[in-house]
Design a protein around this ligand. Structure first.
Ligand code: MIC
Ligand code: SF4
Length: 641
């Protein structure tokens, strides 16, 4: 490959094995890792199980930002466990209150041209700074911390050419909403989205990061921008000029696909309930009555976003029927708002200020009222995720959210008059005391509370694998369906037995008890099964319940990797019409499972109830066939040693 696009350049400079042909397995070296607390407990338990004394990456960070409500001892115990285990093994610890992992990592640690693997699906936020940043399950991140390669299928690279310039009150959020509208929540599967074009000269790093962040909702492996003058200015303002390198695709390089968006044509938009690709313009949706407005999350909580909100709210009062909550993304952002008076403007307008964390985005508090309409600057509006199953969540820009908070109905901010002009600061205030350096040696004690329970470990594959179809599901089942996370359940992320009583409960509340009574079984679903979060709990809990294989029309990337790591066989219908011929309650079995998985390709599944045979594809390569035969990644790695 003589001329390379940017994604290919970074991959080739980190390539450890394989050929960069789309679809074939490659492995890459990982420079940085990040974990957050809701996936981190499991990642560090798995890291401990690997027996590596100190991390081998350039920098590994453990953030605390998800489980912030401390209703009982559980979350605080998990924080203490992560702090102690991080220190012992050489991982930097970002204290609770320091901010949302992706926002802080962008500000303080992300470096253009490096690779970042994070146990959170929004890790691609780092693409805003020219980093190849990928979300993965906790076990994959644990392996990378131990110096191991990260395996993935070489993605196709899709070029999104941005032309024109945003009109007033139209923002970066509208660009990614437009990409979602065009490509859908499965349009990015197996792809890296690379942004180029003349409009990039107008988009700052935090705006780019909004776009790469929500690229996760396309199902993309990651999204990336070049590292240019904007990147230089941002790094310089963060006192990190030394981390800058200029990076761009080669002139005349090739892409697997290209689309062009004239961002000057865009209008304020929102993703309507309950999918991030259900995008309409604010004008099309109309002035629906709104009960809650929530501003923040890793998508839209930068200084720039918060300043736009403060300017719109300044001197006005939040509508009496709206509850407005605002969570600035990091200690740095919150400090700046406090120092320049913008925080006072928000408070005076009637905003409820939340700590710098994920908060309502993952249902940690601020569940809206029954049947509420909630307008959020977040990235996901999956059914039930807000904590109120009857609520309808719309995803929109900070400008739309702030305007709506003032009027009480969904509002096109262009009706407000002049758009606020916010300058990027020349120098951000630097105070890294919220990040604790690890101990110099691995002699420290790891502090575990009673909430830390062992995780389930699979056994080597049997000769016959199968059981009853315990649940037959539709398309686009998310990890929020498979393993819901809200203020009541998030404290139990280190307690798989507890979580098992809630598995798939948004789809069918009887599933956990039926799975337990049957002693396990199999799952059947439609397209894009497992989209959303990187939480490996969506595989570990089904493993605990005895799920042996999952047969679907297609998988989301991270969830499929998590199933394989847990030793649950992922299978894809060769003929999607076979899906229709299966009923919940049928008995599906793979005879000679070891032989069939060893051979790979087509796997024959017997429907013993209907007396039929279904052809399914095992969508994995040689190494992963061995992982499945061994009963998952940990068993495989131990056998390798
Ligand atoms: C999310 O946005 O869904 C989360 C919560 O950040 C998850 C991680 C988790 O489930 O803990 C993600 O995006 O991976
Ligand atoms: Fe946190 Fe929400 Fe971002 Fe997930 S999407 S990391 S829950 S702010």
């Amino acid at each position: 490959m003589s001329k390379m696009n940017l994604a290919q350049k970074i991959i080739s400079s980190h390539l450890l094995s394989g050929e960069m042909t789309p679809g074939s397995e490659i492995s890459i070296r990982i420079d940085q890792t990040l974990t957050q607390d809701s996936t981190g407990t499991m990642a560090y338990l798995q890291f401990e199980a690997m027996g590596v004394p100190r991390v081998k990456t350039q920098k590994s960070l453990a953030y605390i930002d998800h489980n912030m409500l401390q209703e009982g001892f559980e979350n605080a115990d998990d924080h203490r466990y992560i702090q102690s285990v991080a220190s012992k093994h050489g991982v930097y610890f970002s204290r609770p209150g320091n901010g949302i992992c992706h926002q802080v990592n962008l500000e303080r640690f992300g470096k253009p041209g490096t690779t970042l693997l994070g146990s959170d699906s929004h890790t691609p936020t780092g693409g805003g700074i020219g980093q190849l940043a990928i979300g993965a399950g906790g076990l994959d991140v644990a392996v990378a911390m131990g110096g191991g390669p990260y395996y993935l299928n070489m993605p196709k690279v899709m070029n999104v050419v941005l032309t024109g310039a945003l009109k007033p009150f139209v923002s970066a959020k509208d660009i990614i909403l437009e990409v979602l509208r065009r490509l859908s929540v499965k349009g990015g599967v197996g792809k890296i989205i690379e942004y180029t074009g003349p409009a990039l000269a107008t988009l700052t790093v935090p705006e780019r990061a909004t776009i790469t962040n929500m690229g996760a909702e396309l199902g993309a492996t990651t999204s990336i921008f070049p590292s240019d003058e904007m990147t230089h200015a941002f790094l310089k303002a963060q006192g990190r000029e030394g981390d800058f390198v200029a990076l761009a695709p080669d002139e005349g390089c090739e892409y697997d696909e290209t689309i062009t968006i004239d961002i000057g044509q865009l209008e304020p938009m929102a993703a309507c309930p309950h999918m991030p690709d259900n995008v309409k313009t604010i004008q099309e949706i109309g002035p629906i009555k709104v009960d809650q407005v929530a501003i923040g999350s890793c998508t839209n909580s930068s200084y720039l976003d918060m300043m736009k909100v403060a300017a719109i709210l300044k001197g006005k009062t939040v509508h009496p029927s709206v509850s407005l909550v605002i969570a600035p993304g990091s200690k740095q952002v919150l400090t700046m708002l406090a120092q320049n008076g913008a925080l006072a403007d928000m408070i005076a307008a009637g905003a409820r200020i939340l700590e710098s964390a994920c908060g309502p985005c993952i249902g940690m508090g601020q569940a809206p009222c029954t049947d509420a309409v909630s307008v959020r600057t977040f990235n996901r509006n999956f059914f039930g995720r807000s904590g109120t199953s009857s609520a309808k969540v719309y995803l929109a820009s900070p400008e739309v959210a702030a305007a709506t908070a003032l009027t009480g109905v969904l509002t096109d901010p262009r009706t407000l008059g002049n758009a606020p002009q916010i300058e990027m600061p020349k120098a951000f205030p630097i105070n890294d005391t919220g990040v604790l350096a690890p101990a110099a040696t691995d002699e420290g004690e790891v502090l575990r509370g009673p909430n830390i329970q062992p995780f389930p470990v699979n056994h080597a594959m049997e000769d016959t694998v199968g059981g009853e179809v315990l649940l037959k599901m539709e398309d686009n089942i998310t990890t929020d369906h498979i393993m819901p996370s809200n203020a009541k359940l998030l404290p139990f992320r280190s307690n798989i037995p507890y979580l098992s009583d809630y598995c798939l409960s948004p789809v069918d509340a009887t599933f956990p008890s039926r799975a337990k009574a049957a002693g396990g079984g199999v799952l059947v679903a439609g397209q894009n099964y497992g989209q959303g979060s990187s939480r490996e709990h969506a595989a570990l809990v089904p493993l605990y319940l005895g799920i042996r294989f999952v047969l679907v029309k297609s998988f989301a990337r991270i969830h499929m990797a998590n199933l394989i790591n847990s030793g649950i066989i992922p299978l894809v219908f060769e003929n999607p019409a076979d899906y229709d011929a299966i009923d919940q309650g049928d008995s599906l079995y793979i005879e000679d499972a070891r032989g069939q998985v060893e051979k790979g390709g087509t796997i024959l599944v017997q429907n013993r109830t209907k007396g039929t045979t279904i052809a399914a594809t095992l969508p994995v390569s040689g190494r992963l066939q061995q992982v499945l035969l061994a009963g998952g990644m940990l068993a495989y790695t131990k056998a390798e040693k």
